[in-house]
Design a protein around this ligand. Structure first.
Ligand SMILES: Cc1ncc(COP(=O)(O)O)c(C=O)c1O
Length: 449
């Protein structure tokens, strides 16, 4: 009897330990446990998380919305039923972006660098930033400047890794995109040189080089690679009356070989076409001359008191991802996508003799250590038929949006098509171009017979 009572007691003890263990563990790590958070269609349970855990859970709830692979949801977007709603890519609609809109126009207009968005989805963990409510509320950093020294040194490291710019002996200024820096540079040059009221845009500088009228003061914008045609331009005007601003927005291995590092008096870069974060508005200028640096700095201080500290934090995080991986992964990713897109575009347009594409010579790339075909940001398409004088009208009629040559002070026989938008934008572009090239031309041939 005593023996069986003892056994029952032992059994009860074991059961009690097991039950306590079960409920104890469940209290902390169960589906609704204090350490866990549970995401349901209509509920985010973040009890027990720290403020940063809650912020991460909130960000994740928006990022987890897949929108059928044809859109994305943002925390600051429209909210429907308490949830961030999908924002669909061009030509897709419906609440979850699953609806393809076949009659819509392909967007090859703006140079919105959405082609890099999938890279950041692949690097969601390393690239995410949590911003505390009290993050840098002050106008200035503790050294009384408006610029993060950590970000500045990371930028110098990036350019040296890439070999696309020499930063030694240069001052660095940040701007709200390269657009603000171009304005700062222009402002300084104008006030130094001329009465701004007397300034006028004179188009392609080649005409000044070849012509006889090279008197007067000139600001030469050298865009290399060039927008729209992708050529690695060099300054053509020199002399005491010429000031040159080098715009290197596209001098990255996604788009071009890097034959040598830029080492100019004033060079402007942007994060927009490097990481794809055009919305963050972050650019930088490398400046050799101290006086020029100070005058541009004064413009930026008066204009916006520097670049948003939140943007600087984001840029720091993104550049860390790039540099920590030795700077290779994003460029291999970008180059691969651009190469595939150019192959598809060339193949499609080769079926017709109505259009031709720009020819950009192969370049030695010190970064990839090979001679490579350029993969420019934009297709600079020429309409070859005598009657197609306003070239952009032809793609426009085939539901393709782009930009006519005259916008770039060039011949209207040319049109620019952006190749750096989303995969969906590019697929729709190719599909509309195929219809333009195959079906419309076939119909025209049949009508001529
Ligand atoms: C040659 C060139 N420079 C600068 C910019 C603007 O860059 P950001 O987004 O930094 O203002 C663009 C934008 O497309 C560009 O094509």
């Amino acid at each position: 009897m005593a023996r069986s009572e003892g056994s029952i007691c032992k059994l009860c003890l074991v059961c009690s330990v097991i039950m306590n263990l079960f409920f104890g563990v469940n209290l902390y790590v169960g589906r609704r446990g204090l350490w866990g958070w549970k995401w349901c269609s209509d509920e985010v349970n973040v009890r027990g998380l720290s403020w940063s855990g809650r912020a991460a859970a909130e960000a994740k709830s928006a990022a987890a919305e897949e929108c059928s692979g044809h859109g994305r949801a943002y925390l600051d977007g429209v909210v429907i039923d308490g949830m961030p709603a999908c924002e669909c890519n061009t030509c897709y609609g419906g609440p979850d972006c699953s609806l393809f809109l076949p009659s819509c126009s392909a967007n090859a207009d703006e140079g919105d660098p959405l082609f890099l968005e999938p890279f950041w989805k692949q690097h969601a963990e390393s690239s995410a930033v949590v911003v505390a409510g009290w993050h840098r509320v002050s106008y200035s950093f503790s050294d009384q400047t408006t610029l993060s020294k950590e970000l500045e040194s990371l930028l110098r490291k990036l350019h040296s890794l890439l070999g696309n710019a020499i930063t030694d002996g240069k001052y660095i200024l940040f701007g709200a995109g390269s657009t603000q820096l171009l304005n700062a540079a222009l402002y300084q040059e104008q006030t130094e040189f001329f009465d701004p009221a007397d300034c006028s845009f004179q188009g392609d500088p080649a005409q000044w080089k070849n012509g006889t009228n090279t008197t007067g003061d000139i600001i030469d914008f050298v865009t290399a690679p060039n927008n729209p045609n992708g050529q690695l331009n060099e300054a053509v005007l020199h002399g005491p009356n010429v000031k040159t601003i080098h715009d290197r927005a596209y001098y990255w291995p996604h788009y071009t070989g890097i034959p040598s590092p830029a080492d100019e008096d004033l060079t402007i870069f942007t994060i927009s076409k490097l990481t794809g974060h055009a919305g963050s508005r972050f650019g930088r200028a490398l400046i050799r001359n101290e006086e020029l640096y100070q005058r541009m700095d004064m413009y930026l201080e008066l204009n916006t008191m520097g670049v948003s500290r939140d943007t600087q934090l984001r840029a720091l995080k993104l550049l860390k991802v790039i540099t920590e991986e030795g700077g290779r992964e994003i460029f291999e990713f970008g180059y691969k996508i651009m190469t595939k897109r150019w192959d598809r575009l060339r193949k499609t347009l080769s079926m017709s003799n109505r259009f031709s594409l720009q020819k950009v010579p192969p370049e030695n790339c010190t970064f990839f250590q090979k001679v490579r075909e350029p993969t420019p940001t934009y297709a600079w398409v020429k309409c070859e038929r005598e009657g197609d004088r306003d070239c952009i009208e032809i793609p426009n009629a085939a539901k393709i949006l782009g930009r006519g040559g005259s916008i770039f002070h060039d011949d209207s026989r040319y049109a620019r098509l952006s190749l750096i938008r989303s995969n969906d934008d590019f697929d729709v572009l190719i599909s509309h171009l195929e219809s333009l090239v195959f079906f419309r031309e076939d119909r025209a041939k049949i009508m001529r017979l």
